[in-house]
Write a protein that binds this ligand. Structure first.
Ligand SMILES: O=C(O)CC[C@@H]1NC(=O)NC1=O
Ligand SMILES: [Fe+3]
Length: 407
């Protein structure tokens, strides 16, 4: 089947990350061929004899993996919380910083004031940093606009990043990120605006691929979360949740009832929630960078999640408040170092499990015939290096939708 491919990479060592294997799914030397944006051939070199179609490259045995998927980011924002970082390091408590107008609402003010083009320009270097790390699919949330106009503005910027840069973008509406100042006295009315105005507008404009809620004491209650989830489902949108990050409101169980794609953070997830996730195949997304930056003490129940067979994803949670570290591979390293994941689990967490967290498990996240031709050929000699060594460029060929990208 190589002869029908548009491009072929010879002598690669595939790490397939298919679910049948408990390891990287490493195969001996293969040729990988693409056609019409998909993986059209994956053939052992031992079975090959020339001639080979045009556009082939000999990769001399280099490792090839599925493209990395960062399934949870807030990387579109204006302004900076660096000054708050300084205050915090001087010992000023969070509550005092919030009282002074800091926190999420600081970023909301700056993001509302920024134009669509300014937000795009601010986001490009952050996306390019992830592209350099090997990310080929990236989820970006809204949540710093907190008005109909500004939430849609953020989602349009996210869509434009995918149209302008060699990366797949999935968008998530997170209008339920914080209560904007205009609704401080009546949060339920903000939830009504989300359900009756923002979700319908985002859905009909095709701007949102999913709907997320920050279900937390300092965010939205279980009842408010349920209202937003019901509106999402009524408009054909899947849901996900920032759940059990600082306390347990029972959000994961509710999310599982709504067949959520994923629940994320999970430091306070309990056995009831774990059972609900396992029953409905919901992905548990670990966000170790926020745990690290907030100096959290409560670990997510990794062993219990493993025991229950809940798929673990790993993501950067890039955001100006609790995860100002623009690196998926640093998050992989922290998932291993802080949370005790193995490098194999971290790799599965940014490939097939991250794809599932975005509802893309049929198309992305594995090296498998017929799946999207999103893959990386690495200098690395061992797949664990992708979680181990952070900060250096290490891919020699980056392919998205079958096209080799040089950025
Ligand atoms: O501080 C910010 O800007 C976002 C915080 C971030 N958002 C959320 O839902 N959980 C978080 O840690
Ligand atoms: Fe987040």
């Amino acid at each position: 089947e190589l002869l029908h491919c548009e491009r072929v990479w010879l002598n690669v060592t595939p790490a397939t990350l298919t679910p049948e294997r408990a390891d990287y799914g490493l195969l001996p030397l293969h040729a990988i061929g693409v056609r019409a944006g998909n993986i059209a051939a994956l053939v052992p070199m031992a079975q090959l004899s020339g001639p080979y179609p045009a556009h082939w490259r000999d990769m001399q045995g280099k490792l090839v993996t599925p493209g990395l998927i960062d399934c949870h980011t807030h990387l579109i924002f204006a302004g900076s919380r660096a000054e708050e970082f300084e205050l915090r390091q001087q010992g000023v408590p969070y509550a005092e910083i919030a009282r002074r107008g800091g926190g999420i609402l600081n970023t909301v003010r700056a993001t509302r004031a920024a134009t669509e083009h300014q937000l795009f320009e601010l986001a490009v270097p952050r996306v390019m940093a992830l592209i350099r790390e090997g990310v080929t699919t990236l989820e970006i949330k809204s949540g710093y606009g907190l008005t109909l106009v500004d939430e849609l503005k953020m989602l349009r910027v996210a869509r434009r990043l995918g149209e302008s840069l060699p990366i797949r973008i999935k968008t998530t509406l997170l209008a339920a990120h914080a209560v904007p100042p205009e609704y401080r006295d009546d949060p339920d009315r903000w939830v009504s605006v989300i359900c009756q105005e923002i979700i319908p507008a985002a859905a009909s404009a095709g701007l949102a691929d999913a709907v997320d809620v920050f279900c937390e004491q300092i965010g939205f209650s279980l009842a408010q979360t349920e209202r937003v989830y019901q509106a999402a489902v009524d408009h054909g949108l899947p849901v996900k949740g920032h759940m059990d990050q600082l306390s347990n409101l029972g959000g994961s169980t509710l999310a599982a009832r709504f067949r959520a794609l994923s629940v994320d953070h999970l430091e306070y997830l309990d056995q009831q929630g774990i059972a609900a996730l396992a029953e409905h195949g919901v992905v548990a997304t670990l966000l170790p960078t926020a745990f690290y930056f907030l100096k959290e003490r409560q670990f997510p129940p990794i062993a219990a999640l493993r025991q229950a067979g809940v798929p673990l994803a790993v993501s950067s949670d890039i955001n100006p408040g609790t995860a100002p570290i623009v690196s998926l591979r640093m998050a992989m390293n922290m998932a291993c170092t802080l949370f005790g994941l193995t490098p194999v689990e971290a790799m599965a967490g940014v490939t097939r499990h991250a794809a599932r967290a975005l509802g893309e498990q049929e198309r992305l996240g594995q090296l498998k015939l017929g799946m999207a031709a999103d893959f990386l050929v690495w200098h690395c000699t061992h797949p664990a290096e992708i979680s181990y060594l952070v900060g250096v460029d290490q891919w020699v060929s980056r392919v998205v939708n079958g096209e080799e990208t040089l950025a």
